[in-house]
Write a protein that binds this ligand. Sequence first.
Ligand code: SPD
Length: 277
Amino acid sequence: MWFTENYDNKASLGLAVKEKLHEEQSPFQKIAFWETEAFGTLLTLDDLVMCSEKDEFVYHEMIVHMSLCTHPKPERVLVIGGGDGGAIREILKHDSVKEAVLCEIDERVVRLSQQFMPSTASQLTDERVALAFEDGFEFLKKFENHFDVIITDSSDPIGPGVALFQEDYYKLVKGALRSGGIMVSQSESPWFYADIMKNMTGAMCNVFSNVETYIAMIPLYPSGLWTMTMASDTHSLSDFDFDRAEKIASQCKYYNPGIHLGSLELPNFVKDIVKNR
Ligand code: SPD
């Protein structure tokens, strides 16, 4: 048996599967867990890969530590999406964090991840974590000057994720950030989704003064070359706390200070996508 992710009928990813562990239709999307031959347990939403047990560390370390090691003292951190719990697990590695809030629209993603991917979701019961099962866009409207870092750990811009790629959303994020705050969002593949990348990072530039895209190698995402984008009004995003990054790196499998700097250096064709955005 194979799981196949179709990239807009232009290419596909195939993974040999030992067994489909679970599948259900929630009010928001089709959620499935698979036991794969090569990547351990795999979570898919509407037949798109979200994360696998074997490679999720790359995505979660990179979406969290780049911004948290740039912020001088991240205490309150919000994750929008991220129901598998991987981003929260990484956030809790930072001693400064007092409050880690997960706002996930689909409670079933959280509950099923706790059951089928415990190594990713296990920290969701930590006392510093608060869970909110609501629409991220609406949730943000309740906060002003509250969070130090806001992480958009969304699925792709289809279904419940669409609103999280638009300028109105970035304006709400900005309002919910404390002075000196940083936001970061996954920003798709430069090979397959260059238009989405350009549009969403362009929208971030309309809202924030400093916007930096960086890259991470994630084998199960389209093309394996993935981007994330940080934005802030105050921080120069390549200026990070080296010592803190080194301390965090001792608990990581991908992130370290060299990766921090190197991942901000973009290949020329990626620079072309984000220039003039
Ligand atoms: N095409 C895959 C994009 C998915 C990004 N988010 C994954 C969620 C993992 N926490």
